[in-house]
Design a protein around this ligand. Structure first.
Ligand code: S3P
Length: 167
């Protein structure tokens, strides 16, 4: 089985869809942010605060090279900026989960852990900037994706089923 690389904006539901895929399939699962946090033994928010974004992006690069060389049969959930890696397509089939910015924001705000979800993402601190980032990235996500799934108003389970039919 080729790896699946889930890309998409912060809060679109990559983690939720990944959890459903795991239940429905034989894929193993990793999350690039989790790998980075365990490499560094500190959370993403602290890495940004203490070492800066460029340092974080370097860690993403290291993770992408490691994934490309060592991982198979795995569903790889990625941080929202991971799609920029040069070797993305060598890692696996790239699946973009998409939804309009407003819907993503609503999804985060309606979550029982909304405050925590917002706090742990440094790039969501300023919502105006986050919106700009969304529109800057949207064509890039689409361009790099092998498959795009519109997740708007769908359950994570339905998105997972749709994805598994398409890969
Ligand atoms: C980022 C998204 C985050 C995390 C970091 C940077 C981004 O992951 O990697 O805060 O650049 O969009 P999620 O997409 O899981 O929130």
């Amino acid at each position: 089985m080729k790896n699946i690389v889930l890309i998409g904006f912060m809060g679109v539901g990559k983690g939720s869809v990944a959890r459903e895929i795991i239940k429905l399939s034989d894929y193993m699962s990793v999350d690039t942010d989790d790998l980075i946090e365990s490499m560094e033994n500190r959370v993403i928010k602290k890495i940004f605060e203490q070492s800066g974004e460029a340092y974080f992006r370097n860690l993403e690069k290291r993770v992408s090279l490691w994934l490309g060389q060592n991982v198979t049969n795995t569903l790889i959930s990625t941080g929202g900026g991971f799609y920029k890696q040069d070797n993305l397509k060598e890692i696996g089939i790239v699946v973009f989960l998409n939804s309009p910015f407003e819907k993503i924001l609503k999804r985060i705000k309606n979550h029982p852990n909304a405050v925590k979800k917002l706090k742990k993402r440094p790039l969501l601190k300023d919502l105006k900037k986050a919106k700009e980032l969304y529109y800057e990235r949207l064509p890039q996500y689409t361009a790099v994706a092998d498959i795009t799934i519109d997740v708007t108003d769908k359950s994570a389970l339905d998105c997972a089923k749709e994805l598994l039919l398409k890969v």
